[in-house]
Design a protein around this ligand. Structure first.
Ligand SMILES: [Zn+2]
Length: 432
């Protein structure tokens, strides 16, 4: 705690907008908390920052990232571009992961995420006989080393099955007894999906933690583990603590059925994450025209009460051979793919990488007096403009301390005396 006089603040961020086309306001910060939000706030502060009319908000929340297997394109081959191949190739690479290697690759992604305005993240970490605890140890260090800018939740994750590999269950149990924050499962890679779901819930109940499943990653609505997850959630009273990711087979259903499923999810308190980059890349590989998009209609589920988020998933690996950990870009991608245009729809999309995503992770979000001064500035006149234009993230603060600045873009116009194409050439009269 600082010992500042009552009329002195640690920081004031001036001239920012808090809503679309809103009036300019100043945010004053004291002891890591927002102390005041007012227009033309008259005060003295140790530090002052001119927000230049940018949009200020509580930062992006990435609900689903795999830091441990990011940036491994150089050690995998992609021939089919299918989910089966991605799982197989990554499992093949995993025994070669060292703690140092995982740390270096994860740090690369986390630093990109920070500079793109992400302040909270849930990362899955595979813990099994191939990965051992090496990835887990590396990501725990990442969580500690980057806590100055981003809060990271670690989800101990069974990517390659449980019933076929019982030792994984004991390893996940040990990780949860250590410092993993929650448990994650993947029923579609297990020979017995229902038993897999039951075992994941057993661990969740034992350690009193939230659950996050990779689920129904196909275009076949008849192949679904969703009813089992809904039943287990209700049976254990885990409403509000269960997330499901992908669920791409919802994209293969008529809207009337999607709405029925949305009502069931909402009633069971189950949140949905969609991962547009991966869902688009891995679905519909067998089609040579009219390729299905394979992205669940998150906006329809959100409109029917489901807590939804749009997240990164993978970066530069066989699941997603692209990526920059930018949620602004991902929100724009989803809006484009889902053909959304109305202001209310675009506002909902922004929520899915901000407020709604925070709700899913059960973490605070938003700029109000008394809340943590975690603030991100975007070069846009509001959240809708940010999604439409992929607004440039300018700068960020975590608990009142500046964590990054991306610099100001500058256009170098030719001066009146310079020739545009050859600025170094002397005037013609001086040439021989
Ligand atoms: Zn995932």
């Amino acid at each position: 705690m600082s010992s500042l006089p009552d009329n002195l603040f640690d920081l004031v961020i001036r001239n920012v907008r808090l809503e679309e086309d809103g009036a300019l306001a100043d945010i004053a910060v004291r002891n890591g908390l927002i102390a005041a939000i007012e227009s033309n706030f008259r005060c003295d502060a140790v530090l002052s920052f001119d927000g230049k009319g940018n949009f200020a908000f509580g930062g992006f929340v990435d609900t689903h990232v795999h830091l441990d297997k990011a940036c491994i394109l150089d050690r995998c081959s992609i021939c089919e571009g299918t989910l089966t191949e991605a799982v197989r190739e990554t499992a093949r690479a995993k025994p070669g992961f060292t703690e140092h290697d995982v740390y270096e690759r994860a740090a690369r992604v986390v630093e990109k995420a920070i500079s793109h305005g992400t302040v909270r993240m849930r990362t899955f970490v595979e813990i099994d006989p191939r990965a051992g605890f090496r990835s887990f140890e590396a990501i725990k260090r990442i969580r500690a080393d980057y806590a100055f800018a981003i809060d990271i939740q670690i989800c101990a994750f069974a990517q390659d099955g449980l019933t076929n590999e019982p030792e994984t269950l004991d390893m996940l149990d040990a990780a949860l007894a250590g410092s993993a924050d929650l448990i994650g499962g993947c029923p579609y890679t297990d020979p017995d999906p229902e038993a897999h779901i039951a075992k994941i819930f057993e661990l969740a109940v034992k350690h009193d933690v939230a659950v996050d499943f990779h689920l129904d990653f196909s275009l076949d609505p008849n192949k679904t583990d969703l009813p089992a997850v809904i039943a287990a959630t209700k049976h254990h009273g885990w409403q509000g603590r269960v997330s499901i990711g992908h669920v791409t087979n919802l994209s293969a259903l008529p809207q009337a059925i999607v709405i029925k499923i949305a009502n069931n999810l909402s009633e069971a308190g189950i949140a949905l994450t969609i991962l547009p980059a991966t869902d688009l890349f891995l679905n519909g590989c067998g089609h040579d025209h009219l390729v299905p998009r394979g992205v669940a209609p998150a906006h329809i589920l959100a409109a029917h009460g489901v807590v939804t988020s749009i997240a990164t998933n993978n970066v530069l690996n066989p699941f997603t051979p692209y990526g920059d950990a930018s949620l602004m870009r991902m929100a724009n991608l989803y809006a484009n793919v889902a053909q959304l245009s109305r202001d209310a729809e675009i506002a909902d999309v922004f929520d899915m990488v901000a407020r709604s995503a925070a709700r899913q992770l059960d973490v605070p979000h938003g700029l109000v007096v008394g809340s943590e001064a975690t603030i991100i500035l975007v070069d846009a006149k509001g959240p809708r403009a940010a999604v439409r234009e992929i607004g440039r993230v300018v700068a960020g603060w975590k608990s009142g301390r500046q964590s990054f600045h991306n610099g100001n873009p500058k256009i170098h116009r030719p001066s009146a005396t310079q020739s545009v194409g050859h600025p170094s050439l002397p005037p013609k009269s001086n040439r021989r």
